[in-house]
Design a protein around this ligand. Structure first.
Ligand code: DX5
Ligand code: ZN
Length: 216
């Protein structure tokens, strides 16, 4: 099975955002990955809903929204208003994760749970059947263009085993440091969805870069 590819617009040229979204519309990208940061949960701030409203208007691809913020449940209505396909919340930001997952589903979106590099996969044991997807971070969240943490490949394998053992249908997505080399290892280990920022937007030809990732 070919992986789903979700380019992250964190690495797009914000002075030409419309051009970059149109490029994605005409590419083999499956989803558009959107990184929202608050400067509290992660040491950076990206963009917020006033900007994303226009991204949502222009994008013909489903939006995969990744909230790197505290109390992400506060923004379920705003994410829903974007028409998002998936809403990813961090395990580390949600003491009442089960409730947040239900709220996202009730709002009509697909709930996904994200794990930071130091958070063990096994902590998902009691929620894995309730989520549409698990997002494993391949870097510490906050910035594009960081080096991939190799242990993430082992986490993908472990998560695949947990999913198979529990009869969950959750997809496995990986975000951070994904390129052709790490992407190949991740797909082999059982990843279903690859997020790529730098590997797409810093490429000479981003449409070709997406095609090559899709072909892994
Ligand atoms: C990191 C973000 C990622 C980021 C990935 O905090 O969640 O989505 O854009 O960028 P690359 O692919 O450049 O590591
Ligand atoms: Zn992300």
């Amino acid at each position: 099975m070919k992986p789903l590819i979700a380019p992250s617009i964190l690495s797009a040229d914000f002075a030409f955002l419309a051009r970059d979204i149109e490029m994605l519309n005409d590419s083999e990208a499956d989803w558009v990955h959107i990184d929202i940061m608050d400067g509290v949960f992660v040491p950076n701030i990206s963009f917020g809903f006033p900007v994303l409203k226009y991204v949502a208007k222009l994008s013909k691809k489903p939006l995969d929204v990744h909230l790197m913020i505290v109390q992400p449940e506060k923004f379920i209505p705003e994410v829903k208003a974007l028409g998002a396909h998936t809403m990813n919340v961090h395990y580390e930001a949600c003491p009442h994760l089960h409730r947040v997952v239900q709220q996202i589903r009730e709002a009509g979106m697909q709930p996904a749970v994200t794990l930071n590099p130091a958070t063990p996969v096994m902590l998902l044991k009691d929620i894995i059947r309730d989520v549409y997807m698990v997002l494993l971070m391949g870097v510490n969240p906050g910035f594009g263009g960081q080096k991939f943490i190799a242990h993430t490949v082992d986490k993908v394998r472990e998560l695949r085993e947990l999913i198979d053992a529990t009869g969950s249908k959750a997809l496995i997505e990986v975000d951070g440091g994904v390129n052709l080399e790490t992407g190949a290892q991740l797909v082999k280990a059982g990843a279903d969805v690859l997020v790529a920022g730098n590997a797409v937007f810093s490429a000479q030809n981003p449409v070709d870069a997406i095609h090559l990732l899709k072909d892994l």
